[in-house]
Design a binder for this molecule. Structure first.
Ligand code: AHR
Length: 560
């Protein structure tokens, strides 16, 4: 029988916890003779706590943080997004067209723009993915757009109504930067060079004049250039050597002419890197990085991409709805492999680039589940639950702990596809649990990493053991300390006591994201099932005490 620790009782907020309290209370009472039972009940009621008892005693966890000991900057670009021409990621998700009844600005949904502005998206990777290596930019500019096909994703037509100008308008509306992936698969260096010239040159250059005639006289800023995508598979199944030769040609000739990006804000070029655990990716990473080590003035790269989805099994994928604790624990265990992968490829990068000039860009990551029944399997539609919120926090924490090498990451994908921030259905829009994690983590963008020490033990379900708690700490530009704490245990609350040195902690406030069940989702009909709620923090003698609900992500800031 679980102990009922009244002193640390957090308010019972969720339906299933309430049910547990009821059953625990009655099983507890069954152990007492009738009169004693009455006394127990009366004392519970008198204390007003019959419904505020925890189902399970809170696990006490101590944590130490010294705010004067700072580490590397957590690059805001680890909070990047990925928007591919895939399913309803672009069409219906971002683009509804200027004549739509859905409120829009020049064809771009206003509700989606407002939601994305709130999470301060640092960059958006576009137009793919596998789509990028079959994308011909000329189809998406000018008044006559060609209708083409999208053979990778669902065998649908591609209207090309969302092209370069629409993407740049969208980026501008949400206040983000462009990460453009050029076609190194079915395209040519010349085609990619023309596209960059079209986007970034100034008149009297002919392509610049064409851009102006299409409505945008000023050059666009292209902050990041993706030199191919998964060139080891969907991007052309190249050998590492073949890719490296191609990549050098693209790096040399695909130039950014924007006058404002020649000295400051230079475009960063991201080469294709590894795609998981397979041994072939060691050779791939070695080949690209060895070439980089010996690169001459004529070419260079500033980033190496890494793709790693949490999938488990490509055949018979996990479901994104209607799952239980077992699938919750299994999936989170899988996602923690991200740390090992980053260690593995960082070690190779360190050999050829000890000064860490080349950033690792985890530019595709997130959960990949079975398509929702009834959806086009090529559209990669899945639900997004409390499990995804925890998964997102764990991965963001891993990236932040590798901030010296991981300076970019793009969750796949922004809207309606895979682990999305936002789901839309015609005029309806819903924000997912993952969206709220990104929102709560905004203060960590460009904040400085602060090391923390804690001993929280583990959570075990069947034979799966996970850390009970994960913590990230950082100081923002104004010197304010932020803590993000994830309680992975779906059953047991945690009472966290954090000793804070290096600042005089006066008060603290925060928000927590939790849900009734591990598979709780936000739906169009019930959009507020998994939303952040304020959490109270007691600050006394340099110590913070707060209750972390089971399966929760909590972010607190400390005032000094
Ligand atoms: O995100 C979906 C697909 O996954 C991308 O197009 C591709 O790069 C990866 O395999």
């Amino acid at each position: 029988m679980a102990t009922l620790d009244l002193k640390v009782a957090p308010a019972i907020k969720t339906a299933d916890t309430r049910a547990k309290v009821k059953s625990l209370t009655s099983s507890c009472l069954r152990l007492f003779p009738f009169t004693a039972r009455r006394r127990v009940l009366v004392s519970l009621v008198v204390m007003g706590m019959a419904l505020t008892m925890p189902a399970v005693a809170a696990e006490k966890v101590g944590l130490s943080v010294d705010a004067s000991k700072t580490g590397t900057k957590i690059d805001r670009n680890i909070f990047g997004q990925f928007a591919e021409h895939l399913g309803h990621g672009i069409y219906d998700g971002i683009w509804v067209g200027p004549n739509s009844k859905i409120p829009n600005t020049r064809g771009i949904r206003n509700d989606v723009v407002a939601a994305l502005k709130a999470i301060k998206v640092p960059n958006v990777r576009w137009p793919g993915g596998c789509f990028a290596d079959e994308y011909h930019w000329r189809n998406g500019v000018g008044s006559q757009r060609k209708v083409t096909l999208n053979p990778n994703w669902g065998g649908v037509t591609e209207p090309n109504t969302f092209g370069t100008h629409e993407f740049m308008d969208f980026i501008n509306q949400i206040g983000s930067e462009a990460y453009v992936s050029v076609n190194l698969g079915s395209g040519t260096p010349n085609e990619a060079a023309d596209w960059l010239e079209y986007m970034t040159a100034v008149a009297p250059d002919t392509l610049a004049k064409e851009r102006a005639a299409n409505g945008h006289p000023a050059p666009y800023k292209v902050a990041y250039l993706g030199v191919g995508n998964e060139s080891w598979d969907c991007g052309g199944n190249m050998t590492p050597d073949y890719y490296t030769s191609q990549m050098k040609i693209y790096s040399r000739f695909v130039r950014n002419y924007n006058p404002a990006q020649q000295v400051k804000d230079q475009m960063l070029k991201v080469a294709v890197g590894p795609g998981g655990e397979e041994p072939r990716f060691i050779d791939w990473t070695e080949t690209v990085m060895k070439a980089y080590q010996h690169h001459t003035w004529s070419w260079e790269i500033n980033g190496l991409s890494m793709h790693s989805y949490t999938v488990g099994r490509w055949e018979d994928k996990f479901k994104s709805t209607d799952f239980g604790e077992n699938e919750y624990a299994q999936f989170l265990k899988l996602t923690l492999d991200m740390d090992g992968l980053i260690n593995k490829y960082s070690a190779i990068m360190d050999k050829y680039d000890p000064d860490k000039k080349v950033a690792l860009f985890v530019d595709e990551w997130g959960s990949w589940y079975a398509p929702l029944p009834g959806s086009n399997p090529g559209f990669l539609v899945q639900q997004n639950s409390m499990r995804d919120a925890v998964l997102a926090a764990l991965n963001l924490n891993i990236f932040a702990r590798h901030a010296d090498r991981v300076r970019g990451a793009n969750i796949a994908q922004m809207i309606n596809v895979l682990q999305a921030m936002i789901m839309t259905d015609k005029e309806k829009m819903v924000l997912t649990p993952t969206y709220y994690v990104f929102k709560m983590y905004v203060p960590f963008q460009d904040a400085t990493f602060v090391p923390v020490t804690f001993e929280a033990g583990s959570y075990t379900h069947d034979n799966i053991t996970l850390p009970r708690v994960d913590v990230l700490a950082a100081k923002d530009a104004k010197g304010k300390l932020w803590l993000a704490i994830t309680n992975l245990d779906p059953n047991q609350p945690v009472e966290l006591e954090a000793s804070v040195a290096g600042i005089t902690a006066k008060s603290a406030a925060g928000e927590t994201l939790t849900a009734p069940k591990v598979d709780s989702v936000n739906s169009f009909d019930a959009p507020k099932t998994v939303v952040p709620k304020p959490v109270s923090v007691v600050v006394e003698g340099g110590k913070l005490t707060l209750q972390l609900e089971p399966k929760s992500v909590t972010v607190v800031s400390v005032e000094q």
